[in-house]
Design a protein around this ligand. Structure first.
Ligand SMILES: Cc1cc2nc3c(=O)[nH]c(=O)nc-3n(C[C@H](O)[C@H](O)[C@H](O)COP(=O)(O)O)c2cc1C
Length: 228
């Protein structure tokens, strides 16, 4: 596949088959991702790849813990790296429109109401989308926001390297809402902030959540200023 084909083929996959990723394939994806660029080549990422029995156990504990909360009571304010609150988007109305459009499009493509859609998405997030492997990304707590660029670049390189090998992915902030549980269960050092989890595996093509067209993007004219 050309880079362009891989970029267009990747999309957030929210249901996976019960099929393990062969170790060699996984290692090849990680080797390719190792070429990710970073600020002054700092390579600040901390990567935890979880699968097998360890992931099964983690999922059980995670579901117990996450089920203590509703969408309204979820402790987002305790996240190591917090989601932007809706009130912080005041100056970015287009971003709000895009987020609303995401839910509307998803609901339309799957034939679900937005409420049903949110419920199923929350349940599948708590179930790690049934993925056989989760790649968690973190970085040392003292690092500033600039290093998040590098983690973002790592995330995208990983997803494209996986897609190139016939593996699908979904990045999920929802997988790190309870950072302390991850540190405890996966023996992650206290000085690491958990930024994101990336589900990886083989897409369940028949699952409702995967039955959707590509998510819309803005027209480039809406945000690119060509200055010449
Ligand atoms: C940093 C980041 C965090 C995300 N967190 C979640 C998440 O917690 N749950 C989820 O279902 N999707 C999550 N997504 C997936 C986005 O919703 C998805 O990438 C976006 O709607 C565009 O769709 P596409 O990836 O299919 O093009 C996340 C994506 C990114 C880049």
């Amino acid at each position: 596949m050309s880079a362009k084909e891989t970029i267009y083929k990747r999309r957030a996959t929210r249901a996976f088959l019960d099929k393990a990723i062969p170790k060699e394939e996984l290692m090849e994806v990680l080797e390719t991702t190792n070429r990710t660029p970073s600020w002054t080549n700092s390579q600040p990422w901390e990567v935890f790849v979880v699968s097998g029995e360890k992931l099964k156990n983690l999922k059980k504990i995670w579901q117990q813990e996450i089920s203590k909360y509703t969408a309204e009571t979820m402790p987002f304010n305790k996240m190591d790296i917090q989601f932007p609150g809706y009130d912080s988007w005041g100056n970015a109305p287009q971003a709000i429109e895009n987020m609303v459009g995401f839910k509307e499009k998803f609901a339309k493509d799957t034939g679900l109401s937005q409420e049903e859609f949110m419920k199923i998405v929350m349940e599948s997030n708590a179930n790690f989308f049934n993925a056989p492997t989760i790649v968690y990304l973190g970085m040392k707590k003292d690092l500033g926001p600039y290093s998040m660029f590098d983690l973002g670049a790592y995330q995208q390189t990983l997803m494209l390297a996986a897609e190139d090998k016939g593996l699908q992915t979904c990045p999920a902030g929802a997988f790190v809402i309870l950072g302390d549980i991850l540190r405890r269960e996966l023996n992650i050092p206290e000085d690491i902030s958990m930024a994101l989890g990336i589900a990886m595996g083989y897409e369940d093509k028949d699952h409702l959540l995967n039955k959707r067209g590509p998510m819309q993007r803005m027209k480039i004219e809406q945000y690119v200023r060509i200055i010449e």
